[in-house]
Design a protein around this ligand. Sequence first.
Ligand code: FCB
Length: 462
Amino acid sequence: MVRFPEGFLWGTATASYQVEGAVNEDGRGASIWDTFSHTPGKVYRGDTGDSACDQYHRVEEDLDLMADVGLQAYRFSVAWPRIQPEGTGPANQRGLDYYRRLVDGLRRRNIEPMLTLYHWDLPQALEDGGGWTSRGTSERFAEYTRIVYEALGDSVGFWITLNEPWVSAWLGYGIGVHAPGHQDTSKALAATHHLLLGHGLALETMRSLGHTDNQLGITLNLAPVRPASEDAEDAEAARRVDGNANRLYLDPLFSGSYPDDMLEHYAPESDFSFVRDGDLDTISAPVDFLGVNYYMRHTVVDGQRASDLTTAMRFSDLDAATVLPPGVDTTAMGWPVEPDGLTELLLRLHGEYTQIPLYITENGRAVHDYVDPEGDVDDEERVAFLDAHFRAAHAAMEQGVDLGGYIVWSLLDNFEWAEGYSKRFGIVFVEYGNQRRIPKMSARWYREVIERNGLADEDPNA
Ligand code: FCB
């Protein structure tokens, strides 16, 4: 039996725009994702988050569902445009009331709330003023944080400033497949800095408001990177991908500087003059924990070689691409399944960056799930995936990594950004036509894991 330490926190995650729906209710303003998803051609089949999982109206039902799975933590995000419809000014009380209901409902069921302040739904009004390319947005973010922290700081123990700033900056401003859809490397770099600055200012604000027992952190999506071959070109390409995907965020947060090789690489696009005196001190102020979202490893080839290969992902601004290692299983997203990458990642963070507690704040996989004639959803692939990743996390803990908990993405199938509703990540199936929730096999399995606080000896992969 693989046992986790007492107090290890097991949970699931969602994000506001992906599950709430009710986009025009109780004074909510528009976000960049409303605009983007309503723009033809941006999201698969034109799906939008207008209704999503309707959690806004079904919060009691979903809370009961969480209790049935035996969850100990629920990670959710607050929709900034519910709190400040235009991104500035006084609080919209009805927006705050919704999250108060959610938090109280969690507490009543003994489920630890883990609150993310920003999971990508920027108020559209702020985007109209430049969005994350503008320094003002970092300041607005700190003001918004103050409102939420004053309202909920007494009842929420875990605070995550940003979810995956890499995705906000690069998919939103650099590659353009996410809202707001810009394709400009210099914008992605400015967005990176202003997101990180927003994190630092939000942290400072929360620290000034008391509740000193609360744990404050940030969540990054990180990927271990390796070259696809022994060739020097691939090794160089892997260094660039690592610089962009990992070090561009970890270095400022934990060492107070941007990596030299990235400053050099991006010199033709940006002189980084948006970095002002003192910013990096603000950004590198100590956090209490680091949230890690792990989905895959990047196996990298140089851009020149990539043209002859089937590539998984292209990083055109890095002259690099990723390939699928031979024989590796892939998810419904096409992402390689590599649980040992999680061990590698956690050991690197612990060895090179920080000894503060780490939390897996997202991990999971998409499966082509369906309801069978008996009414069941037998997502064996998801069970095997989670089992293998839990073991990989445990292996890192045995080697000294301080891991405080594991949050599975996701509680529910939901609006998977540019993929719309076509990709299912939930441990609970959502029948979008009637909003019926059907717990999958993985939900029952997860319940047992949580009950035992461990995994049976039998590895379903074996
Ligand atoms: C992460 C996002 C999350 C979800 C998963 C699959 O990048 O944080 O909202 O979409 O991917």
